[in-house]
Design a protein around this ligand. Sequence first.
Ligand code: UDX
Ligand code: UDX
Length: 452
Amino acid sequence: MSMNISIIGTGYVGLCTGVGFAKMGNNVICMDVDEKKIKQINKAEPPIYEKQLKKYLENVTAKGVFRATTDLTRAITNSDLTMICVGTPSNQDGSMDLRYIEQVSKDIGTALKNKEGYHVIVVKSTVVPGTTEINVIPHLEEKSGKGVGDDIGVCVNPEFLREGNALEDFLNPDRIVIGQYDKRSGDVLEKIYFNFNAPVLRTNLKTAEMIKYAANAMLATKISLSNEIGNICKRLGIDVYNVMKGVGMDSRISPKFLRAGAGFGGSCFPKDIAAIVAKGKALGYDTQILNTVLNVNKKQRRILVDMLENRTDGLQNKKIAALGLAFKPDSDDVREAPAIDVISMLKERGAKVSAYDPQAMDNMRKMHGDIEYCSNSRECLKDADGCLILTNWKEFKNLSDKDFDVMKNKVIIEGRKVLNPSSVKNFEGICWPGRLAQSKTEYHKDPRRGVD
Ligand code: UDX
Ligand code: UDX
């Protein structure tokens, strides 16, 4: 059953969701206040790098089932269901800045004033529990002069899209969470998911909002726990990846999100954990585990730089190659990327930094304009006194001794497990021994020997 859907906000969530629903047979109109973005989208040029997005965008645009506008009233008038996907930035104290959500709710309310028929508003932006009831519904009602539960339906429908895999995640979700104001609102939203092969969980609005935070908190906790275990493993000469392989075989745990290393970045985990910590505090509850999850994550970045400083005998005037800047591979996004803090620390300690990333250099230039950007790994490594690997890009798997031979001193530290030990002789990992060149006798004396 096809439906007319409008999407407000065309960041990676809004755009991928819009293109996805158009691909699933609906008529979609996207709206954003950013004129430049809208122009690009209407030319079928995605403003972000996301696998498959260009192909799908071209396809749905050509079919005439997808278009973009800066006119919010036009978007609302031409749809029966509206998804709010605007950004939810953080305030200084980590709490959520609800300015955009509130403004958009007012604007939607105004646009609904003269529209006939039942219209469902779906909050897809990640918002702290209680936001839809407190900061969305009253504005919708006041500006439209209509009642939620009568002419207007309201739902919360969190997204679980990973950047870089957003379309794939959209089309193959593990579950669809529908928080509903009332049954009628939920029934309308569930209809647009009728051709998805995933279980649907219907809850109230607050519960759906909390599910998103709890899921991200759980995933971030798995990563920080793996890093903590990894830091102990490092001291024992154990490869934490072999440990976590054994741990992840327990079906109660699952093998996913146990990759130790430089820690998590991105637009969601750091911000969402900080927001739920702040919400807990505002409610008089002092979070313990989540504070530590954030602290361990921050500490990983320092551990990497300390390790390098130790191995290079000080960083003053040393040339350091940073390979990988994006917060994760297949993305040009550097928001909260470990590389940002790592480069700051390297600079503070007197190092000269050269950097290379297949996609994220333009974005990193905005954060660190004063370092050297290189057009490939080898150029970045040339004459370097040390190298840090900060993103597990596939192309780094192909690096070999030949590439690292151009360094002045071959001190290579992996913050992400990516190098191929049969092609690179001498490197070590932040939470694993890596492959350290040593003589045969030394090897047999080494307590680290074994499968690691
Ligand atoms: C955002 C949120 O950050 C995330 O928490 C939520 O789950 C989904 O939406 P993302 O798509 O990455 O994620 O955000 P961003 O790239 O900041 O895009 C938001 C878009 O909304 C921007 O294109 C912005 O121009 C637009 N916007 C913002 C509006 O159209 N109107 C506004 O009032 C504010
Ligand atoms: C995340 C959630 O996965 C997604 O459900 C939510 O909607 C948005 O936030 P995303 O930030 O795009 O998605 O990327 P993800 O693949 O989850 O990785 C986040 C960060 O964690 C990256 O920096 C990644 O390198 C790091 N990570 C991930 C680890 O350090 N170890 C792991 O095992 C997994």
